[in-house]
Ligand binder design. Structure first.
Ligand SMILES: N[C@@H](CCC(=O)N[C@@H](CS)C(=O)NCC(=O)O)C(=O)O
Length: 210
């Protein structure tokens, strides 16, 4: 992507943060937004030429035009898209319920994924080795999912908050997918285990990600 590369959504399909946005696009039926793949494991987002677009040094990034503005942070991107594509709504009208949806989103993004993401794991591996990096990941995932299970237990229905998809689902599904792929036993969680099974029947998540 040149500094003024094409507009659209920049993702790495291995990234749980990107899967939040990709599953949301599917759920909403948004097909007109161009999606560009970049390789964050190879460091494409850290190349100096892309500094404006990837100022936060992470994906996803939504380039609203070739020259910006650029939005990073999956929650900011989803709230922007929700304004452009309000139906079907994934934010709730009731203020308390809407706040709870955002609580779940930020719990996943800030309290689970932030301490387990690529640059953290890479640093831990370089400093202390692969085994310690894996142990760190398992430790914070277990603590995070325990708390998330309690939070979700307050609201869960067919989806994480009641019986309609909300922003929270697009954060929780990739987190559970990551945890399962890392060997975490989701069945040990009273609410998250069954919820992940129900997610498996939803088209918006089916076969998404690499
Ligand atoms: N808080 C950000 C997190 C984004 C993030 O951590 N993305 C990861 C991939 S899941 C990334 O680009 N990592 C690159 C790196 O760590 O160098 C969001 O919600 O979008």
């Amino acid at each position: 992507m040149a500094e003024g590369g094409p507009a659209g959504l920049y993702v790495d399909r291995r990234s749980s943060s990107c899967l939040r946005v990709l599953s949301y696009l599917r759920h909403k039926g948004i097909t007109e937004l161009p999606v560009w793949d970049i390789d964050v494991v190879a460091g494409a987002h850290r190349e100096a030429a892309h500094g404006h677009a990837f100022a936060a040094r992470c994906v996803p990034v939504l380039a609203l035009s070739g020259d910006g503005p650029w939005l990073s942070q999956s929650l900011a991107i989803l709230l922007h898209l929700e304004g452009r594509y309000p139906q079907p709504s994934t934010v709730l009208a009731d203020e308390t319920a809407r706040g709870f949806v955002l609580e779940l989103c930020t719990y996943v993004a800030s309290d689970i994924q932030a301490v387990t993401n690529l640059r953290i794991r890479r640093h831990l591996k370089e400093q202390w080795g692969e085994a310690q990096a894996l142990a760190w990941n398992a430790h914070w995932t277990a603590i995070g999912l325990d708390a998330l299970d309690t939070l979700v237990g307050r609201s869960v229905g067919a989806w994480a908050v009641g019986d309609q998809a909300t922003l929270a689902d697009f954060f929780i599904w990739p987190a559970l997918r990551n945890a399962e792929r890392a060997g975490h036993d989701l069945a040990a969680h009273a609410h998250l285990g069954p919820l992940f099974q129900r997610y498996g029947q939803q088209d918006c998540f089916d076969g998404l990600g690499t």
